[in-house]
Design a protein around this ligand. Sequence first.
Ligand SMILES: NC(=O)C1=CN([C@@H]2O[C@H](COP(=O)(O)OP(=O)(O)OC[C@H]3O[C@@H](n4cnc5c(N)ncnc54)[C@H](O)[C@@H]3O)[C@@H](O)[C@H]2O)C=CC1
Ligand SMILES: O=C(O)[C@@H]1CCC=N1
Length: 274
Amino acid sequence: MSQTTKIAFIGGGNMARALGEGILASTSSPQSLVVLERYEQAAQVWRDLGVDVLTTPNEQLSACHVWIYAVKPQDMQQVVQVTKPYLQSDTLVISIAAGLEVATLEKWLNHPYIIRTMPNTPAFVRKGCTGLYATPAVKQSDVILAKSLLQSVGIVTQVEQEALLDAITGLSGSGPAYVFLFIEALIEGGIKLGLAPEEAKALAIQTVLGAAILADQSDVEPAQLRQNVTSKGGTTAAALDYFKQQEFEEIVAQAMQAATLRAKELSTQLSKAS
Ligand SMILES: NC(=O)C1=CN([C@@H]2O[C@H](COP(=O)(O)OP(=O)(O)OC[C@H]3O[C@@H](n4cnc5c(N)ncnc54)[C@H](O)[C@@H]3O)[C@@H](O)[C@H]2O)C=CC1
Ligand SMILES: O=C(O)[C@@H]1CCC=N1
């Protein structure tokens, strides 16, 4: 990314901060960012990072080549309306809103250069993953720019079909919450088995962290890694048999489908908004 490329976050909440901190670390220049944020507490976090905060849209947005829309899907139409007057003809618009189709945003903005993405919160620790869909109108140099911004917080997967972003939402966008739920369940389970809460927490987190790093760094598939833990007639087999009886994999698949379906429902609702 060129040191002169200015980026605006429209909405400076949770996900914007995860992305923004990574971008700041890679550019080491708070002047490269501007944030539009109406909520004082969220705005102050950016000011503390040395970033200019706008509480209402103004010309500073026009000076930014990249706009990253990072408000809740339900707030998108309103924020598009108030920011649109500052859009330049060549602005690269990136949306991270779940379930908001490019066609809807194109219609609202009357603008062709749109990249839709689905990041996730591990971006906070530069271990994020982002699905990215670019319309054919977006210049290749802008696709490369968007990827390099998002790669500052993790890996990026570009998809050719926009609908796959809903699947990515069901897997990695919402996925950290599934993993946190699993960690919570391990902690609760450990406490029920007599461990102290702090012990259970440390062991649960380290187990998930260690297993994820092992899966990442190992040449063997996750299924084989699981088998490596599982002695015939041993303790792990007893636990896994119970998971199987309760159809754990089916539960995960159904949960992912529910998230993906919700993304599609949001798309339909938002596309109907005038
Ligand atoms: N939280 C997550 O794990 C992920 C969220 N997303 C998407 O990111 C988007 C943002 O989500 P979060 O960061 O979780 O929400 P958030 O609520 O933390 O942040 C949104 C921010 O936008 C601000 N905002 C809303 N309307 C505004 C306006 N008119 N002017 C100025 N500021 C305004 C709010 O004050 C808030 O601080 C959503 O569309 C969501 O679908 C995508 C991937 C993961
Ligand atoms: O729950 C949500 O709608 C957002 C999108 C993916 C993660 N959080």
